[in-house]
Design a binder for this molecule. Structure first.
Ligand SMILES: C[S@@+](CC[C@H](N)C(=O)[O-])C[C@H]1O[C@@H](n2cnc3c(N)ncnc32)[C@H](O)[C@@H]1O
Length: 400
């Protein structure tokens, strides 16, 4: 009798479980159908078509085609590796873009700094194609960062990096345009540097290649992404250089940094979360254009502003801040920087100077395509022959 009861109970449980599985399956199917009807990538394309066709005008069709095609990578060389990877890659036709610049393109004149607001207007009317290198202000770049790329039009892919005899990987594959904010940050010997939104760590690794940083604050609010960053650093950098006295990895909310550590860092990188345009067009998973992330997407400009303001507060007077994104969106780029300059002055009494990055666009114009005549900052725009970016960057210097 007891056995019969037990068997019935077991059968009922199996039936319940089957029902539950079927219900789950139906929900999954319904969800999949919604996604097919409104895939996030499709919503992203609709959004970009309506906004970027206005913002970029006749440039948009070619940028669009590039965004929808396979992107190009660069190989960030690991200066802590032991194999001669550079020679190996050069033998395959790559060049180190930061060092392989045309000498005539090197800017050499110092220019009187302009306070933010004044310089913005003088910046508007310049046509980059007419730039004369001799008229550009001097711009120092972070040293020792090497990034190998295949020539324009060459879409050869890099092989995955191999570990050397000490287990160190020879290079890190990343969008070569992402190296530009690190070069523009101009890290010099002994500088205290903060990377406010650092994970998964491509730019952190690029900044470490300078071998110049005194103390490095590396932060990202996401614990899982910071774990990934830690793994990346351990695969490329010798352990003693990652000791607590030299490098500190934290998972704070970066928007609060100004409350924690004001007026401290010589250089601050603020590489904010954004609509990550390329990812949004290519991947339905983890896509900010998904219907259920509309609120998060709308809040992005405010989050970006809060992060930039915190970065400005974290920098010391005289210190430099580099704001960067991987979106073409004016609202997430230019408008955020404009608002930050205004708020820093009005609410925090901090005067900022916009650092002219035109020398950088001039130096690297053979490798990247830059948006013409931006009123504030510079932007790499994807092109089928040089399919890097988008990367927007704007550099600010604290005067007070
Ligand atoms: C564009 S990604 C950074 C990419 C990174 N700099 C690199 O080169 O690999 C933006 C990062 O901001 C982080 N983030 C989002 N909100 C944040 C916050 N309030 N404080 C700090 N980090 C934040 C995200 O977790 C994400 O990893």
């Amino acid at each position: 009798m007891a056995l019969l009861m037990e068997t019935r109970l077991l059968l009922r449980k199996v039936k319940d479980l089957r029902c539950l599985t079927q219900k789950r399956h139906r929900v999954k199917e319904k969800w999949a159908a919604t996604r097919i009807k409104h895939p996030a990538t499709g919503l992203a394309l609709q959004n970009f078509d309506s906004t970027y066709s206005v913002q970029l005008g006749p440039l948009w069709p070619s940028v669009r085609a590039a965004l929808l095609s396979e992107r190009k990578y660069g190989a960030l060389l690991n200066n802590y590796g032991h194999d001669d990877v550079q020679a190996e890659l050069q033998a395959k036709g790559c060049k180190d873009f930061p060092s392989d610049i045309e000498t005539e393109a090197q800017p050499c004149l110092e220019q009187e700094p302009a306070v933010a607001g004044e310089e913005e207007s003088s910046h508007v009317s310049v046509n980059k194609s007419d730039l004369d290198a001799q008229q550009l202000p001097a711009l120092q770049l972070s040293p020792n960062i090497k990034c190998l790329v295949f020539p324009r039009g060459d879409i050869t892919r890099f092989k995955p990096a191999r570990p050397d005899m000490f287990g160190c990987l020879g290079y890190y594959l990343m969008d070569a345009a992402s190296v530009l904010p690190c070069l523009a940050l101009n890290v010099q010997e002994g500088h205290n540097v903060l990377d406010l939104c650092a994970a998964p760590g491509g730019k952190t690794l690029a900044l470490l290649q300078t071998k110049s940083i005194g103390f490095f604050g590396v932060n990202d609010t996401s614990v899982s992404r910071t774990t990934r960053l830690r793994k990346v650093l351990h695969s490329y950098v010798p352990k003693p250089l990652l000791s607590d006295e030299k490098l500190r990895i934290t998972t704070f909310d970066g928007t609060k940094w100004g409350e924690i550590e004001k007026n401290t860092f010589d250089r601050v990188l603020v590489d904010v979360p954004c609509t990550t345009d390329r990812h949004s067009l290519m991947e339905d998973d983890n896509n900010i254009f998904s219907k259920n992330r509309t609120g998060e997407r709308r809040r992005l400009p405010q989050l970006q502003l809060d992060l930039l303001l915190a970065g400005i507060e974290a920098a010391c007077p005289g210190g430099e801040i580099l704001y960067s994104t991987c979106t073409l969106s004016q609202i997430q780029n230019l408008s955020v920087v404009e608002q930050a300059i205004h708020t820093a002055r009005e609410d925090h009494g901090i005067q900022l100077q916009v650092v002219d990055l035109r020398p950088l666009t001039h130096m690297f114009r053979k490798t990247f395509d830059f948006a013409p005549d931006l009123p504030l900052g510079e932007m790499v725009v994807p092109h089928l022959a040089a399919n890097f970016g988008p990367i927007y960057m704007c550099k600010l210097r604290r005067l007070t």
